[in-house]
Design a protein around this ligand. Structure first.
Ligand SMILES: [Zn+2]
Length: 254
């Protein structure tokens, strides 16, 4: 299995300046190819890194913020063979899937085999053309109230993802048992804007979750300035968990 980072930038300024990309990441495995949070540039970076949108089996949108969903419908057109064949799976936050502000329109939801509006606490199994995977939905504490993180069970491995969230007590326990835990670590330290995890918050989560490996991503400008590799080293030293700072184009073999 391989995790491919298509965009590792986070925050409002990076979103417009595109210092780092915002295309999310993709998990290529023998049971499913899954694109997580296809934000601005997801299509172009997929093509640039030779990750064929036609080869997708599932698309996950963790919450209804534009840096996480803007290319989702475009990627659905790819996953469904240019929109010509009903196939694939879309898993989105309730606000991304339902109601007037939904970012994934009914037309595009109708193009896939299975459109699932994620419910925290639920565990679901999905069948793809190549096999099956299971997802456990874990609630986040974010401005988009239906935002969710997840644990994916596929190819005998557990891949966890903590998306945008404030620090929350349940995270450490909820994300235990991961082979790889991908965490959106936007800032090196706390500032007046809350709603995202800092290096210190990630240390606290890892001390409890104890994954075999952690990869930090979705970095804001302050994180880039502080030096993501240096912050990763600090997290590793204090948590005792192996930590890698993602870069655009990073391919991580699980
Ligand atoms: Zn967000």
């Amino acid at each position: 299995m391989e995790i491919v980072f298509l965009g590792t930038g986070g925050g409002r300024i990076n979103l417009i300046k595109q210092i780092r990309g915002t295309g999310g990441f993709r998990i290529d495995s023998s049971s499913a190819n899954i694109h997580v949070d296809p934000g601005p540039g997801a299509l172009l970076s997929s093509l640039g890194y030779k990750e064929d949108p036609l080869g997708l089996d599932a698309i996950i949108v963790t919450h209804n913020h534009v840096d996480h969903f803007s290319d989702a419908m475009v990627m659905i057109e790819g996953m469904t063979n240019y929109g010509l064949k009903k196939r694939g799976i879309v898993i989105g936050s309730r606000t991304a899937m339902e109601g007037p502000d939904r970012s994934i329109h009914g037309y595009h939801q109708s193009k896939v085999d299975d459109a699932y509006s994620a419910v925290p606490g639920e565990k679901r199994t999905f069948k793809t053309e190549k096999g099956t995977f299971e997802i456990e939905i874990i609630g986040m504490k974010h401005e988009e109230e239906t935002a969710f993180g997840f644990k994916l069970f596929l190819d005998g491995k557990v891949i966890g993802h903590i998306t945008d969230t404030e620090p929350a007590e349940h995270l450490g326990k909820a994300f235990s048992g991961c082979d790889v835990l991908i965490i959106n670590c936007m800032k090196p330290e706390a500032d007046k804007y809350h709603g995202h995890l800092t290096t210190g918050d990630v240390i606290a989560v890892l001390k409890e979750a104890r994954p075999a490996m952690c990869i930090i991503t979705h970095m804001g400008l302050k994180m880039m300035k502080a030096g993501p590799a240096k912050e990763a080293e600090k997290i590793e030293k204090e948590s005792g968990v192996k930590v890698l700072a993602a870069k655009d184009g990073l391919r991580f073999k699980v």
